[in-house]
Write a protein that binds this ligand. Structure first.
Ligand code: 1GP
Length: 262
């Protein structure tokens, strides 16, 4: 099967290599989540330009439930205004857009629903093979945030208990042993309570993969706490949608942490 785009195919593993080399050198990354359902056309271009100015590392594009099927347009607009890689963050096998740079191939290892552990992946595999997208095999761990989140409801899975870092650590270890290349701990979009630094540290001490943390990171303090606990990439969506000033503030905090670690 020919890849959709030979240039993309030639750059396969580019982002994974970047994530691993940044992890090795202790450099942290900042990803902005763009949910196609929440994008407002008037402010979107401005957000993209500000993301370049503030040296955002990645865009994660997607969500657990998308009603607005504009993925292609969103990627096209990102390409027009920024050189920042666009990584699909899919809720299911319908959320595949070959013009993106990569896709987080999420296996929902905190849950016990075979559909999100392997079922959707089987359906998506031939499309992904043809797409030329870089595949980022990701152990996705939902963490309880105090209220039921959309992703927990849609995936019909129980999140990891917030106060059980040991369970999270064992789950992440199993994911790594199964060959998953990234671990993503997510409290869910708009979570009132983010993943605890204790849980991030417990996972950090057990796996060598880069660790992505998101959900409820809506302040500089929460961002720094996640990074200091061992997150390699922090993902922020809701907080920036509500307060655009958070983008430069968190970007500056990530750069400061990187300066201190250099
Ligand atoms: C959710 O990790 C992402 O899946 C980002 O969450 O929207 O709360 O920043 P927020």
């Amino acid at each position: 099967m020919q890849p959709h785009n030979q240039n993309q195919a030639n750059t396969r593993n580019l982002l994974l290599n970047t994530l691993y080399s940044r992890k090795e050198t202790g450099q942290k990354s900042f990803a902005v989540l763009l949910d196609p359902d929440k994008i407002e056309q008037d402010s979107f271009k401005d957000l993209l330009i500000r993301s370049v100015e503030n040296r955002v590392d990645f865009f994660f594009v997607g969500g657990s439930l998308i009603t607005n099927f504009i993925l292609r347009e969103v990627i096209e607009t990102i390409r027009t205004y920024t050189p920042i890689p666009a990584i699909l963050f899919p809720g299911n096998s319908l959320h595949i857009e070959p013009s993106a740079d990569a896709i987080l191939l999420l296996s929902l290892i905190s849950g016990r629903n075979p559909e999100f552990l392997i079922g959707q992946h089987v359906i998506a595999a031939p499309l992904l093979k043809k797409s030329g997208l870089e595949i980022l095999p990701t152990g996705y761990m939902l963490v309880d945030s105090g209220v039921q989140t959309t992703v927990s409801y849609i995936s019909n899975t129980t999140p990891l208990p917030h106060d059980k870092p040991g369970v999270a650590a064992c789950t992440a270890m199993a994911g790594e042993m199964l060959g998953l290349k990234l671990i993503y701990m997510d409290a869910g979009s708009g979570a009132r309570r983010p993943v605890s630094p204790e849980m991030i540290a417990a996972v950090r001490s057990c796996v060598d993969t880069p660790i992505v943390v998101g959900g409820g990171i809506n302040s500089v303090e929460r961002a720094v706490a996640a990074l200091q606990a061992g997150a390699d990439v922090i993902v922020v969506g809701n907080g920036i949608e509500k307060n655009p000033e958070l983008l430069p503030e968190i970007a500056a905090a990530v750069q400061e942490v990187n300066r201190q670690l250099a």
